[in-house]
Design a protein around this ligand. Structure first.
Ligand code: PDD
Length: 285
């Protein structure tokens, strides 16, 4: 690929991009990130992503080197320079480099800001038609999952475990309950059509797509319950699905090889996917 990427104030060819080996993002995963979907060359739900970025920064005493308006301008420039119709913009902010390795936060390091685009199809997804098979495994992540840090080895291990064992993704469990997917929020649908998802806390990422979906669901008279649920309840659910900025809503058709409902993508997941995509498309007009 030959993308133009953004690194600390410059738009450059991806092959010319350079970051210090002492950058704390590289040494300590001392960095936060956001992924915003792009449809028809327009950013989707970006205000929510920028608000969460500001919150992540605050929790870690990280300072954004540019304003949120400037970030939006950079995102839009990358869409334009790389001619992105559908895909995403990845943004990462690290605490920068102090020129050596030291656990303490450096006093005078300049933060590192990197953004790049990814072209990929989002609306047409084979998994939306086929559904996903998930496996549950223990959630071994740290206790501040509400902060969107680049500390992603545990989710990478979970995803790889799922793929190596013939599943599409992993749902993580803690104290007998599902927390979320490896890189998405998790939902089930009960027999009476209620959508159940874990309430917000430090145990899960506060998904921007989740927030929009819960609003859309209540407008569409779909009942919502924010509460904990177990893998056993999930395996007996009528439907299950996930949400994230890059997948929107995708149906889950089996959990630990147990078919969910009739083992086919369910109607509530399909309906929520459609109304979320309609909302996204309305932001591109
Ligand atoms: N992941 N939970 C986790 C652990 C996530 O990593 C994500 C997003 C979500 C969904 O959040 P949102 O709806 O704001 O995308 C939930 C992104 C897409 C990623 O890491 O690529």
């Amino acid at each position: 690929m030959n993308r133009i990427v953004y690194v600390n104030g410059e738009y450059i060819n991806e092959h010319d991009a350079r970051i210090s080996i002492f950058d704390r993002g590289f040494l300590f995963a001392d960095a936060v990130y956001e992924v915003t979907a792009v449809i028809h060359g327009k950013l989707i739900d970006n205000e929510g992503h920028m608000a969460r970025l500001e919150r992540s920064c605050k929790e870690l005493a990280l300072t954004l080197p540019v304003s949120v308006d400037e970030l939006k301008h950079i995102q839009e420039e990358l869409i334009r320079l790389n001619d992105i119709d559908e895909g995403g913009i990845y943004l990462q902010l690290t605490r920068g480099s102090a020129g050596d390795r030291d656990f303490a936060y450096p006093k005078d390091a300049q933060p590192t800001l990197v953004l790049f685009s990814q072209a990929r199809s989002l609306i047409e997804s084979p998994k939306a038609k086929k559904g996903m098979k998930v496996v549950t495994i223990e959630d071994i992540r740290w206790h501040r999952r509400d902060i969107k840090t680049v500390q992603l080895l545990a989710p990478c291990m979970a995803k790889q475990f799922a793929l190596d064992h013939g599943y599409d993704d992993a749902w993580l469990t803690e104290d007998g309950y599902i927390t979320e997917g490896s890189s998405n929020n998790a939902y089930i649908v009960t027999d009476d059509g209620t959508v159940v998802t874990r309430p917000l806390s430090n145990d899960i990422l506060h998904g921007i797509t989740r927030k929009a979906l819960l609003q859309l669901a209540s407008e569409a008279d779909i009942k919502i319950e924010e509460r904990l649920f177990t893998p056993e309840e999930a395996m007996k659910a009528k439907e299950a699905f996930i949400s994230s900025a890059t997948t929107f809503v995708l149906p889950v058709i089996s959990i630990n090889d147990q078919a969910i409902g009739d083992g086919k993508p369910g109607p509530i997941a399909a309906r929520l996917r459609k109304i979320y995509i309609d909302l996204a498309l309305s932001q591109t007009a």
